[in-house]
Design a protein. Structure first.
Length: 148
């Protein structure tokens, strides 16, 4: 039978420095070697070579950042299924009714016929909703408020 390992610090109870040498060693902020990323190309270079190899090649930046990309909220089918099963969806025209100002994704299964209004649907989500006897309808996005 496996036994739990004890904390390493237990064996140092009653000692002053826990095996770290002089009292001045391991004290506070002293010997930190600068703030933040100071010394990354000098005395902290081994940190980069051991833990941040990609940082050396890319300077800390990766990929392409698309500033024009719209961020919309998402919901998965299994979340809608949970709401329908718990009776938290509004009933309209014999269907559970769910309106969402974002995109519906197809992760999970849906068994109840649900009428879903959303900005967009993935192909998988649309197919699963229709297979369960539900319906989908795309709604127009609301215009964003202008910042002054």
């Amino acid at each position: 039978m496996a036994t739990r390992q004890k904390k390493r610090s237990r064996k140092f109870f009653g000692t002053r420095n826990h095996g770290k040498g002089n009292t001045k060693n391991r004290r506070g902020k002293g010997g930190k070697g600068g703030w933040g990323r100071a010394g990354m190309h000098k005395h902290r270079f081994t940190y980069i070579t051991r833990f941040e190899r990609d940082w050396m090649a890319h300077g800390g930046r990766f990929g392409f950042h698309n500033v024009t990309k719209k961020r919309v909220p998402i919901v998965n089918l299994y979340e809608i299924e949970q709401l329908a099963a718990s009776g938290k969806l509004e009933k309209r025209e014999g269907f559970d009714y769910f309106e969402f100002p974002g995109k519906v994704l197809g992760t999970g299964i849906i068994t109840k016929p649900v009428k879903i209004l959303a900005l967009a649907f993935s192909e998988g989500a649309a197919a699963k909703i229709k297979k369960a006897g539900g319906s989908i309808e795309a709604i127009a996005p609301t215009p964003a408020a202008k910042k002054e």
